[in-house]
Design a protein around this ligand. Structure first.
Ligand SMILES: NC(=O)c1ccc[n+]([C@@H]2O[C@H](COP(=O)([O-])OP(=O)(O)OC[C@H]3O[C@@H](n4cnc5c(N)ncnc54)[C@H](O)[C@@H]3O)[C@@H](O)[C@H]2O)c1
Length: 334
């Protein structure tokens, strides 16, 4: 197969590319504009191990660049995006251009030139908004969603919140609709918190890596909110295996949407991560508190039952194992 990964030098992209190249089965092309700090490093790492894959330094907003990269491709993973809510609030136009226009560029080229290609889209739990209307309960160290013991399913109302939520949500709906209207083999994966090696964690995105790095270097960081906010966390390898299952079943699952995260058995609050790090590093982690940021969800937990059933997928790297793997990778590679 000929495979294109947009955003292939980013965190998820480089892990996916490594996984695909290791198998030596497919021809891989990466398109990335290297706008995310750290993506050049990821790309250099990958090129050192696999010198022969094709890299296209281009922007998904550039229609002509997209036309030439998508021709004769069998499978497209569309991961390139403006990924931070905070950046989207500061510059909503760029966020829109990259996330909506960029996605539409790809879909249009696939529709016109390559309608048989499978199209995987990385969407986000932010399409469900802040979930402020749901009843929360609180225990020491974390929030719970009272009425949703299994988490948030794909039937939850869409409620785009923040420019990032709006742009990813619009793209998510375009991707889904291009299957409905044009019959394309598209699939939408609404990802919760994905973590693993090669993520350039910072204050705006990649909180597990960011907090681990601060803990390792002794730097103080800011918690926005009270630290009891909860996410279900999924190690990147398990995300890749869900993509793979979807691709194998693309003819029957085209147009489907899946919530993907660690689910109810792999949840973590900021304060719990800090406590975990203090125990494993035998050191005090330094942090301070600041106000909540716009669109911050107090709690988000994916209901992954649809993915488990229809993708025949299961999590192989649970929370404790994944956190240990990431921490030891960061110790060696930071
Ligand atoms: N990591 C997560 O927890 C998470 C959660 C939900 C959704 N997602 C989605 O998954 C996808 C990948 O996320 P990630 O964590 O790997 O992010 P990342 O920032 O590490 O990777 C994104 C890549 O896209 C590239 N890029 C950005 N704008 C581009 C443009 N205009 N043209 C071409 N390339 C461009 C960046 O240089 C970067 O290499 C994104 O679509 C993101 O919205 C990620």
């Amino acid at each position: 197969m000929k495979i294109l990964i947009t955003g292939g030098a980013g965190f998820i992209g480089v892990n996916l590319a490594h996984y695909l190249l290791k198998q030596k089965k497919d021809e891989l092309i990466i398109l990335d504009n290297l706008s995310r700090p750290g993506s050049e490093k990821n790309l250099a790492w990958l090129q050192k191990i696999y010198p022969h894959f094709k890299f296209i330094p281009a922007d998904v907003r550039d229609y002509q660049a997209v036309v030439s990269s998508v021709k004769k491709i069998d499978l497209i993973y569309h991961l390139a995006a403006q990924v931070a809510v905070t950046t989207s609030v500061m510059d909503p136009i760029t966020d829109f251009e990259v996330n909506v226009r960029g996605t539409l560029n790809l879909l249009e080229v696939v529709r016109k030139e390559n309608p048989e290609a499978v199209f995987i889209f990385s969407s986000t739990n932010k399409v469900y908004g802040g979930l402020q209307n749901l009843t929360l309960s609180e225990k020491v160290g974390r929030y719970f969603l009272t009425g949703f013991p299994k988490g948030i399913s794909e039937t939850m109302n869409l409620d785009f919140y923040s420019p990032y939520g709006c742009s990813k949500g619009a793209a998510d709906q375009y991707v889904r609709d291009y299957s409905r209207i044009y019959g394309l083999k598209t699939m939408v994966f609404r990802q919760s918190c994905i973590y693993g090696p090669h993520q350039s964690g910072n204050e705006d995105q990649g909180w597990i890596t960011y907090i681990m790095l601060c803990a390792l270097s002794g730097n103080e960081f800011t918690i926005y909110g009270d630290g009891k906010q909860v996410r279900d966390i999924l190690f990147v390898d398990d995300l890749i295996s869900a993509f793979e299952s979807g691709i194998r079943k693309a003819n029957t699952l085209k147009g489907e949407v899946f919530n993907l995260g660690g689910g109810k058995d792999n949840i973590l609050s900021l304060l719990e991560l800090i406590a975990w790090l203090e125990e494993h590093l035998k050191t005090k982690v330094r942090y301070k508190f600041s106000r909540w940021r716009p669109g911050d969800q107090r709690v988000y937990i994916s209901d992954i039952r649809k993915a488990q059933k229809e993708l025949d997928w299961q999590i192989l790297i649970p929370k404790e194992k994944g956190l240990r793997k990431l921490l030891s990778w960061l110790k060696e590679n930071r």
